[in-house]
Design a protein around this ligand. Structure first.
Ligand code: DC
Length: 222
């Protein structure tokens, strides 16, 4: 498939927003791979599985009953696990932390690989965001972007996001969480967070969301 745009980067960098806007602009489908890891982590937690039990993890990954539903007239994507709307709990820091831990396990990543690749089927194009979209899952994608920003800026963006959702947090704690999660995601053996060799790297620290979108759009047009 020729029309794949991958957007990778660390937590809180704004990948989700850029991916959603780009998918709308291009009329392509959207894959939020972090939501798959987050939902998987919730399923493991709900079933009380020990994360050392690789057979059980593989079994859950293969049978995970996960659906995404885009609300009409809304930008929001709801996520359902076993038919239950888990969209709210999915976005908490606690779920992100569980997902990051579980995502470092090799059998989990390989069991979820095809599920992610299937998003590129039967669609005019796909925008996929995550940590290893350009390096592993869609390594042949023609358009690859890697977004970065200082950890301080990413913690600030995360705080704003929490406030927009009607909650809040302490900036020093958010910063510590962001740094710890990136360290784990970047230093793991399986598909670590890193730019693909052919990725276009954008430091977004000083950029507005519109400026980032403009740069990504230019890349795809070229
Ligand atoms: O993008 P996110 O914050 O929703 O992702 C949650 C965690 O899932 C992240 O800390 C690491 C893991 N993840 C991954 O390992 N690979 C991906 N492609 C996407 C997410």
């Amino acid at each position: 498939m020729n029309n794949i745009l991958t957007i990778d980067g660390p937590s809180g960098v704004g990948k989700g927003t850029v991916a959603r806007v780009m998918a709308q602009k291009l009329g392509w489908s959207l894959l939020d791979s972090g939501a798959i890891y987050r939902t998987f982590a919730l399923a493991v937690d709900a079933r009380g599985i020990n994360i050392g039990d690789e057979d059980a993890l593989e079994d859950i990954a293969q049978t995970l009953d996960l659906t995404f539903k885009t609300e009409e007239d809304s930008e929001l994507v709801s996520v359902f696990l076993d038919g239950k709307d888990v969209s709210k709990i999915l976005r908490t820091e606690q779920t992100g932390e569980m997902a990051s831990k579980i995502a470092s396990i090799g059998v989990v990543r390989s069991a979820l690989l095809k599920r992610q690749q299937d998003f590129a089927q039967n669609t005019p194009g796909l925008v996929a965001d995550g940590r290893d979209m350009g390096t592993v899952v869609f390594f042949e994608a023609p358009f690859k972007v890697f977004l970065t920003a200082s950890s301080k800026e990413r913690a600030q963006r995360r705080l704003k996001q929490l406030q927009a959702q009607g909650t809040t947090g302490i900036i020093s704690q958010i910063l510590a969480d962001v740094v710890a999660r990136d360290e784990r995601d970047s230093s793991r053996k399986n598909s670590p967070l890193k730019p693909a060799k052919d990725a276009f790297i954008i430091d977004t620290t000083e950029l507005s969301i519109d400026e980032v979108i403009a740069q990504v759009s230019k890349l795809v047009k070229q």
